[in-house]
Ligand binder design. Sequence first.
Ligand SMILES: *Cc1c(COP(=O)(O)O)cnc(C)c1O
Length: 401
Amino acid sequence: MENKMKKANMGTKAVWAGEKDYLVHGATQVPVIPSVAYNYDDMEEWYEVAVGRKKGHIYGRNTNPTVQAFEDKLKELEEAAAATSFSTGMAAISNTLYTFLRPGDRVVTIKDTYGGTNKIFTEFLPQMDVEITFCETGNHEDVEKEVAKGCKILYLETPTNPTVKITDIKRMAAAGQKAGAIVIVDNTFATPLNQQPLKLGADIVLHSATKFLGGHADALGGVACSNNEEYIEKIYHYREINGATMDPWAAYLILRGMKTLELRVRRQEENALKLANYLKSEEMVESVFYPGLEEHPNHDIAKKQMVGFGGMMSFSVKGGIDTVKELLPNLTFAHRAANLGAVETTVGPARTTSHVECTPEERKAMGIPEGLIRVSCGIENAEDIINDFKEAFTHVKEAVR
Ligand SMILES: *Cc1c(COP(=O)(O)O)cnc(C)c1O
């Protein structure tokens, strides 16, 4: 059974992996176990579990069966040796960074990380006397040069938010390994279905499970996976003490959402490509950013390291924020919201979504125009989505005239 699971395709794993041990009473679905504590009649057994010599659960901040089923599923999907979970994606990122970084350490990263991650690098880590070097996203020589100077962590994210830039994970991981750095990749946008950073040489892969993994914008969560069990033990220990534990109800919702991961993501990326191609022909559109487009500057790298190009894209409009303000309220089949990866299409400018934490100057420095609209493509019928955009653009042109 276990061997068969390891060899199974992603869509099959998304449905079946990690669940078997938790299906008590013959249940076909993983039960939610909200219990905060666990009873032990045998004092010796309680002790053995409490000190970690025997498997079992003691207290909800440490472990929970429903949450563990989610961790086991992710472990299978990323083909990792171990995984641990968190209350949110940001908890996964911050807890992992704080586990390994000490005053005087250096981190090399890219300019286009997720807004919250960027804030950790610009605000919180410098307070701890950790030095952060930001490289131009997609400039591989720059990253190699900086990493070679020595660093504790090389932190990457690909594709990036919101302009979907691509970093060559294999090449960057090799540079990181050579310098003795821990290579961390935020794999939220791609999901394990489209990209497996550990196989490309990364040490730790992180996800916001809130996005594509859960897929229904109704639960927050995060996860860290690695082939180095000691790394995951250390991160788990930091998390169990600091307390950013995943809620069992959230774990259940994300597990349920994950069953349809392949169906959703394949449909989302089909829609993204169709929408991107339509937007290229729209006269009010300046640029379209989608790694699935041949003219995307890193299309070749994306093709090499990704199975599919994902459901995230963005485009910039003529007339900047004024056009955005006219356009977005006129869409019927899209939420104007800050989340992404859900079954519904969501749209929003970077200034209220991915980079709300940044000042206009910071966004400008990152190459994010104020007229940029991020689109997380949903699973609707592409024809309806494209018509919706066409009509909204017609409205904008009439309003401007
Ligand atoms: C949303 C997101 C995060 C943060 O996840 P939360 O669950 O909102 O804390 C981190 N990285 C990326 C790429 C994201 O899109």
